[in-house]
Every structure is written in structure tokens, then in C-alpha cells.
Design a binder for this molecule. Structure first.
Ligand SMILES: NC(=O)C1=CN([C@@H]2O[C@H](COP(=O)(O)OP(=O)(O)OC[C@H]3O[C@@H](n4cnc5c(N)ncnc54)[C@H](O)[C@@H]3O)[C@@H](O)[C@H]2O)C=CC1
Ligand SMILES: O=C(O)C(=O)Cc1ccc(O)cc1
Length: 303
């Protein structure tokens, strides 16, 4: 599909891409680049690529596809670093969890003779680094691409075909819309997790031992998300600020209303809310997304 792919950043997402590119024979040459010597050495031990360099500009030379998999706050700096070395006609993309800010940072840095299309595979785990990746990460998961009015249709088609080969279902979306949707379904749950685990750790009358010993599966799910990479999530918060603040405001309002229902002893209001939310979960299951298996969130299975 491609002669040469450059992977800039080789953590969970970059290394999962490296593994699926190898498994599906998507490229002949895979150049791996990262800024830390230790990570690059580990990537080499894991045989994640065919070439390795700490110089991102060197890595992108002659690459047909360049995939930037770094925390979203670093996208602009990486784009500036590679700009002068990109091959004319190359496709440049990213995998960041926020899109409008990444486009704002990267687009002005890149030359007009390359095709830049931002993207986001909606697939991940709480682990990070090159050891954490696996080839099936993107299988049956959405990959959202956010082309704009300047996007070349052929380049978009090629990038879509790449993600399809990685196992994803591709959806195109406006970047601002992406950021609003993801603020609700991904960023807000992540922040609720940080908050609830933080609340539990600050509680004076409940010991840490009790928290661990009696934690029901609901709390354990929050601790999983709260174990995610702090740099990545700090950057998401700083780079999707408006949409996240809006979702947090709505969430706080609804939480206050629930609190008032409990204080007033308004069982009917509580029952009505809990019935409504239960039907939402059931409609997700009916849509083919089985929430009781590790495949939750994956797109419906197609025979
Ligand atoms: N972890 C997840 O579940 C998901 C993450 N993403 C997005 O993918 C991107 C990468 O995330 P992960 O692979 O999970 O992170 P990671 O922490 O596993 O790997 C990050 C990589 O970026 C490099 N890096 C870090 N800071 C850098 C900087 N300032 N300049 C240049 N390189 C730098 C690191 O050396 C490493 O190679 C992020 O933008 C994140 O928002 C998207 C979907 C899921
Ligand atoms: O581990 C989980 O449950 C996730 O939700 C992973 C994840 C994190 C960030 C993204 O932008 C997309 C997916």
C-alpha cells in the first residue's frame, strides 16, 4: 500500500500501528522515530520498524505516509521539525484525541505540497509506551478523519484505505464536531474518573486498604481510566478546553439536580432518571454494541 511509512512517536498508538502495519504488510519500510533514546532502543528490540532514528526530520525523508503519534500539545513542534524534509505529495496525519487544536497547530507549519489530514483512532487503553501496543487495537473501532475544504479527495481515500487495512471503520467528521462529541463520550468520563479516584484517596474516614478491599467493579473501572497517561490527558484538557468546560458545566448542573432530589427525598425523580439511563444502555446493546464484553464500544460485528 505504501513504500515507506514514518511513525513519529512509538508509544501505545504508534507501536500498535507498527505491529498492524507489519502484520498486514501495509508498507515495505517503516521508519520509527521518537525523542527518547531509551524508547527508540526498546522499539528496536521489539523490532517495530525497519529503520530507527531520533531525528524526526530524517525519519520523514522519502516517506509516503507520516503518522504523528505524540501528545496533542507537541503536534505543532513536531510539524515544524519535519516540515522542510517532507516528500512532495506525502500524506501527513496524526492520531491525537483532540482535532481542532491539532489542525491549528500543524497546518500552518506544513508545506502546501503535502496532504495533511488529521485523524483519531477511537481505540486505546490505560497503558502507554512501545510495550503496550498490540496489532488488534484498531479492529472494529472507529477511526475519525477530519478533512477540511482544502483536503485532496485522493489522499483522503488513501488514508481511509490505510485505516481500513488496520481494521478500523472510518468516519469523516468536522473537527469542531469531533471535539464536542469526544468531550462528552471520552474526555468527560476520563475526568470523572480522575475526580472520583481523587475523592476516594482524600477521604479521611475510609482507609486506602478499605478502598482496595471493597471496591466494587464500578469503582475499579474508574481506577482503570484514572491510571491513564498524565501527560496525554493534561494535553487533552488544555487543547479541548471549551468543549470540556461546557460538558463539565452540564455535568455539574445534573449532579446538583440529583443531589437535590436525594436531599428532598424525591424518589420519583431519582426513579425517573435511573429508568431513562437504563433505557439508553439497553438501546446501545440493541444497536449491536455488547457492553458486557471487552468489545464494548466496538462497531457492530459484520459477517
Ligand atoms: N492512549 C490512548 O488510549 C489513545 C491515545 N490517543 C492519542 O494518541 C497520541 C499518542 O498517545 P499514546 O500512544 O497513548 O502515548 P504514549 O505516551 O504511549 O506515547 C507517546 C509518544 O510520543 C513521544 N513524545 C512524548 N512527548 C513528546 C514531545 N513533546 N515531542 C515529541 N515526541 C513526544 C514519546 O516519546 C512516545 O514515543 C496522543 O495524542 C493521544 O491523545 C488516541 C487514541 C487513544
Ligand atoms: O481505555 C479506554 O477506555 C479509552 O477510552 C481509551 C481511549 C483514550 C483516548 C482516546 O482518544 C480514545 C480512546
Amino acid at each position: 500500500m505504501f513504500d515507506r511509512i514514518a511513525l513519529i512517536g512509538i508509544g501505545l498508538i504508534g507501536s500498535s500501528l507498527a505491529r498492524v502495519i507489519e502484520r498486514e504488510k501495509i508498507a515495505t519500510n517503516v521508519v520509527v522515530s521518537t525523542r527518547s533514546e531509551k524508547t527508540l532502543k526498546r522499539a528496536e528490540e521489539l523490532r517495530l520498524g525497519t529503520h530507527y532514528t531520533m531525528d524526526a526530520a530524517e525519519a520523514v525523508k522519502n516517506a509516503d505516509l507520516v503518522i504523528i503519534s505524540v501528545p496533542v500539545g507537541a503536534s505543532g513542534a513536531v510539524a515544524a521539525q519535519i516540515a522542510a524534509s517532507l516528500k512532495p505529495g506525502a500524506i501527513v496525519t496524526d492520531v491525537g484525541s483532540t482535532k481542532a487544536s491539532v489542525i491549528r497547530q500543524m497546518k500552518p507549519e506544513l508545506p502546501s505540497n503535502v496532504h495533511f489530514i488529521a485523524g483519531h483512532p477511537v481505540a486505546g487503553t490505560e497503558y502507554s509506551g512501545p510495550d503496550a501496543g498490540f496489532a488488534s487495537l484498531f479492529e472494529g473501532r472507529w477511526c475519525i478523519l477530519t478533512p477540511d475544504e482544502d483536503t485532496n479527495p485522493e489522499a483522503l481515500q488513501k488514508l481511509s484505505a490505510f485505516w481500513t487495512a488496520c481494521g478500523s471503520d472510518v468516519q469523516t467528521m468536522d473537527a469542531v464536531h469531533h471535539d464536542q462529541v469526544l468531550a462528552l463520550v471520552s474526555h468527560l468520563p476520563q475526568l470523572i474518573s480522575y475526580n472520583i479516584v481523587g475523592t476516594a484517596s482524600d477521604f479521611e474516614t475510609v482507609s486506602q486498604a478499605d478502598v482496595i478491599k471493597y471496591s466494587a467493579s464500578g469503582f475499579r473501572d474508574f481506577t482503570r481510566l484514572a491510571a491513564s497517561d498524565p501527560t496525554m490527558w493534561r494535553d487533552v484538557c488544555l487543547h479541548n478546553k471549551d468543549a470540556i468546560l461546557e460538558m463539565l458545566a452540564r455535568f455539574s448542573e445534573d449532579l446538583s439536580s440529583m443531589r437535590a432530589s436525594i436531599r428532598r427525598g424525591d424518589g420519583d425523580a431519582l426513579f425517573e432518571l435511573f429508568t431513562k439511563t437504563r433505557s439508553i444502555r439497553r438501546s446501545i446493546i440493541e444497536a449491536g454494541q455488547d457492553v458486557d464484553t471487552p468489545n464494548f464500544g466496538r462497531t457492530p460485528h459484520k459477517d
